[in-house]
Design a protein around this ligand. Structure first.
Ligand code: ADP
Ligand code: MG
Length: 702
């Protein structure tokens, strides 16, 4: 069965639509064909599926359909309070109907003694009930007891309403389509799934979405469409993976190499956690498989991802290939470079740093060494992605703090080697399971779910500006114990000037409170050049300054174990993941650490939820779930990537259950028929091909 060909026709042909309204419909909702109109789903339903008897009405604010005889119709009140009042009576009782500012036609047409059907919202009126502004019409067939069914309500816009495209016209248009004799839609889910999951057929589901007999049918029908949407999303990701495994060869690093072994056995600065060991094993397996690795490594702040990056790089280098580690900021790249160069000093690995501020001369040397192959490991920022950076043989690219990287950037990496390099994406912002499954379904996921031993929980508190003096006192007491303190200000690009002023005002008040020579203060912000930033960071790292006043440039990667207090100013302006990242800058040493979230006393509900969540938990996964609830998937993925997941009926937050089922189903189908070659899978195949051509998903980057 296929879609009936006439469904391609324009909606302009439907009675009541016409050319002008059809054009508007296209502009407002992108609806052009009859088929499109079928997928303009109601936004809600009004239940008129049965008549209530009046004595059955028990609760206020419920919508009921009743029928009865109208009596005692009268106008009451004067001027603005003027209203039309009547009583509706059936065999069981009566209720009051009232219209404020009644329209003329009601005054003219309503008559005592007539039988009417009435629909509206109940409110209590003394001992009985009342309905204000009910829908009322003469009862066509007084002995009809079936009610009026479930009424769909469609979304509309001002423009459409002004143009006279009413609910009734839309509804009747759709009714015409679905009741035509030869109406049919191609079923694109295989029989096996429909049976297994007891889903309604597509044709039936469309009918029930628009003209259901009861609300249960609506649920079943909507769930089918949600399932269908998520099923194809999953199928697309998994199918591409399968194809990828066949076609996208990767280099095979079949031994870990001497470098890795030497480092692992003699130079590890600490015992790896079990989670780190497990993840490294997973990566080793990927690198030895001959298939290109695309792996996402999730691990909370401080879980030790850097060591995983290093060991993975050593495998590539030990196989005579090169490795690159890419960080989102210069400070982080610099820090990685310092840490890794120190760790690597006992073994012979040639490592360099490349950022936007690497001097020209040095840059040239690095370029030469990269292309000749004498440079084994390069650490850098986005600068590494530029076309001028040419590797002899890039074997693995590791991207740290992935959420700042767009797809376009990821794809640039692929082009840096003939056989695409293995890719490891590391993120400290845990991605909720549903998001990982929908946005990163094409990546394998590793998780470091364990922190190195000896970490103490960070005590987090929310304080308002009125407690500032106490906070200063607390900072002093920590500094007296020779600890160090961060004070962070928000930086939001659009209002950079304002932010800068906040930062400078704050800096001045801290300077007043913490005067030299007893106290030394560092300051780092986006307006400083790299050299000045590095200088200030170094002073803080060496303990020459006790306080680091900064904007969010320090958000990722900074590692000063002696710092024990993180004060976040205007904390209500930060997102949850940012707050969590910032908090992760403390608690890195043996000392008890603190995070103080400063805000004004008036903050939005969302901001309060965020701050309360921060105080309550330190679990990054839990926070990411809350973040997803608060912001929705689009926002969470960053503007660059939002809107890319064009889900029409489903919502990966609310429909997580359906998403899991869809994932399982897609796996089940592909297991039976990886090529989608079976006759019963041609429906899925056709839909899939259409989706793949549309290339809507960014997350796959070939
Ligand atoms: P992140 O996952 O946030 O990048 P890092 O790699 O920066 O974490 O590690 C945080 C700190 O923990 C670093 O000082 C690092 O040396 C230390 N570390 C990492 N792994 C271990 C371990 N297994 N045992 C003890 N300390 C570790
Ligand atoms: Mg890190």
């Amino acid at each position: 069965m296929s879609d009936h060909p006439s469904l391609k026709n324009s909606v302009a042909l439907l009675s009541g639509f016409g050319k002008h309204r059809a054009e508007l419909l296209s502009k407002e909702f992108g609806i052009e064909s009859l088929y499109d109109l079928l997928f303009h789903f109601p936004i809600r339903y009004v239940d008129k599926s049965r008549f209530y008897s009046i004595s059955e009405i028990q609760s206020e604010y419920s919508y009921v359909l009743v029928k009865g005889v109208l009596f005692d119709l009268r106008t009451a009140g004067e001027g603005r309070a003027k209203r039309l009042v009547g009583e509706l009576k059936d065999a069981t009782g009566s209720l009051e109907l009232v219209w404020f500012k009644p329209p003329q036609f009601l005054l003219k047409t309503l008559k005592n003694g007539q039988v009417y059907q009435v629909f509206g919202k109940t409110s209590r009126f003394g001992n009985s009930f009342s309905i204000a502004h009910p829908e009322i019409s003469k009862l066509a067939n007084p002995i009809d007891v079936k009610g009026l069914g479930i009424e769909p309500i469609y979304s509309s816009t001002d423009k459409l309403q002004k143009a006279g495209l009413s609910q009734r016209i839309v509804k009747e248009g759709i009714r015409k389509i679905v009741t035509s004799i030869d109406f049919s839609l191609a079923e694109n889910l295989p029989k096996s799934l429909i049976q297994k999951l007891q889903l309604p057929q597509k044709t039936e589901a469309i009918r029930n979405v628009h003209f259901p007999q009861n609300l249960k049918q609506v649920d079943l029908a909507l769930n089918r469409f949600k399932f269908e949407e998520l099923f194809f999303l999953q199928l697309r990701l998994l199918y591409k993976n399968l194809v990828g495994q066949k076609k996208i060869k990767g280099r095979r690093f079949d031994h870990v190499g001497d470098l890795f072994l030497k480092f692992y056995e003699h130079h590890l600065p600490f015992d790896l956690t079990n989670a780190q060991k497990r993840v490294i094993k997973e990566i080793r397996k990927d690198l030895g498989s001959g298939i290109q690795m695309n792996r996402l490594l999730q691990g909370d702040v401080g879980s030790g991802k850097t060591m995983v990056a290093l060991l993975s790089s050593l495998i590539a280098i030990g196989n005579q290939s090169q490795a690159a580690i890419i960080a989102p900021t210069e400070i982080l790249a610099q820090q990685h470079y310092n840490d890794l160069a120190a760790l690597l000093s006992p073994i012979s690995v040639n490592v360099a740093l490349l950022t936007g501020s690497t001097p020209k001369k040095e840059r040239k040397v690095i370029f030469d060494e990269l292309s000749s192959g004498s440079l084994n490991l390069i650490i850098g920022t986005h600068a590494l992605l530029e076309d001028t950076v040419v590797f002899k043989d890039l074997g693995i690219a590791i991207i740290d703090e992935q959420h700042r990287f767009g797809v376009a950037q990821r794809s640039k990496l692929w082009k840096k080697a003939e056989v695409p390099p293995h890719i490891l994406v590391m993120t400290a912002t845990p991605i909720p399971r549903t998001l990982a499954m929908s946005h990163y379904g094409d990546l394998d996921v590793s998780v470091i779910d364990e922190l190195p031993p000896g970490r103490k929980p960070i005590l987090t508190q929310h304080r308002t500006d009125s407690a500032r003096l106490k906070v200063f006192q607390f900072m002093k007491s920590e500094i007296a114990k020779e600890r160090q303190v961060y004070v962070v200000y928000p930086l939001i690009q659009e209002s950079e000037k304002l932010d800068y002023k906040d930062l400078m005002d704050g800096y001045e008040s801290i300077q007043r409170e913490f005067p030299p020579p007893h106290y030394q203060i560092s300051i780092v912000h986006g307006g400083m050049n790299a050299e000045a930033k590095a200088f200030e960071m170094a002073r803080f790292e060496k303990g020459e300054t006790q306080i680091m006043v900064a904007t969010t440039v320090i958000e990722v990667g900074v590692n000063v174990p002696n710092a024990s207090v993180m004060v976040i100013e205007s904390a209500e302006r930060f997102g949850l993941s940012q707050l969590h990242q910032l908090r992760g800058r403390v608690g890195r040493g043996a000392e008890k650490s603190y995070c103080i979230l400063m805000s004004g006393s008036k903050i939005s509900d969302d901001a309060r939820t965020r701050l309360e969540a921060m105080v309550r938990t330190q679990n990054g996964f839990e926070l990411s779930e809350i973040d997803l609830q608060l912001r929705g998937p689009g926002d969470l993925m960053g503007t660059q990537q939002s809107g890319t997941l064009q889900l029409k009926v489903s919502d990966i937050v609310k429909d997580a259950d359906i998403l899991y089922r869809a994932r399982e189903a897609a796996e089940w189908i592909l297991k039976q028929d990886p090529e989608l070659a079976l006759p019963e899978h041609q429906g899925i195949r056709a839909t899939l091909n259409r989706l793949l051509r549309g290339n809507l998903l960014w997350s796959y980057i070939s």
